[in-house]
Design a protein around this ligand. Structure first.
Ligand SMILES: N[C@@H](CCC(=O)N[C@@H](CS)C(=O)NCC(=O)O)C(=O)O
Length: 221
């Protein structure tokens, strides 16, 4: 039996779960995943029983409980330094951590107007001044990371996918669903992350999920 258990929400909708799950995948650990329906009638009671913050993802490792997607990534980076979850170069690592923290703390307009639903396409919807400003900042972040550190491959820091890419993977999923206008470089980055084998595995599992949460199925204006 695996020593790690990751509790996550619906793969179709739970963007923070995708971040924590990708961190486990990138660390290369054998982990048991427990996927829970966030639309279940007893969800709010249930999530309190598994998570100190009443949110997913949550990683359990023996007696240790780690919540918050970024903390899960850092915990695994500490445990498995050879996995290269953060870039090796110090300047690249600093930038990777900064943009991951920025993602973790912000972009609320994008998150509320263009939520993650890996199974649906809502092209052209969800555009408003707040979401468009968030998208402009994200595109600038991606361009800067790729210009400074990404020359060797398709990801933000080159050929190796890192926790920074994991933090932005749900944004990639949102861009596939909502199809905002993007420059060519951002489009290429979206395609690379969307086709990463772990992301493909996640979205195939999302397709097979039996649950539906109605509020995520209908786009706003
Ligand atoms: N900052 C947290 C956010 C976690 C979060 O908001 N998770 C959502 C799922 S995507 C959740 O658990 N929602 C359940 C609820 O609000 O009841 C992280 O990085 O893990």
């Amino acid at each position: 039996m695996s020593e790690f258990t990751l509790h996550i929400g619906n793969k179709a909708y739970s963007s923070w779960s995708l971040r924590g799950w990708l961190a486990c995948k990138l660390a290369g650990i054998d982990f048991r995943e427990e996927v829970h329906d966030m639309g279940a009638p007893d969800w709010s009671t249930f999530v309190r029983s598994i998570s100190p913050s009443a949110r997913v993802p949550v990683l359990r490792h023996g007696e240790i409980t780690v919540w918050e997607s970024l903390a899960i990534g850092d915990y695994l980076a500490d445990l498995f330094p050879k996995a290269g979850l953060w870039p090796e170069d110090r300047a690249a690592r600093a930038e990777a951590r900064a943009i991951s923290a920025e993602m973790h703390a912000g972009f609320t307009a994008l998150r509320s107007s263009m939520w993650m639903n890996t199974r649906r396409r809502f092209p052209g919807r969800g555009r408003n001044p707040g979401s468009l400003a968030d998208i402009a900042r994200i595109v600038a972040i991606w361009e800067e990371a790729r210009r400074r550190f990404g020359a060797g491959g398709p990801y933000l820091f080159g050929s190796r996918i890192t926790l920074a890419d994991a933090m932005y993977a749900p944004v990639v999923a949102r861009f596939v669903t909502w199809e905002p206008d993007l420059p060519a470089g951002a489009k290429a980055y979206v395609a690379a992350v969307w086709e990463h084998p772990a992301v493909v595995e996640w979205r195939k599992a999302a397709e097979a999920e039996p649950w539906l949460i109605t509020k995520y199925e209908t786009p706003g204006p």
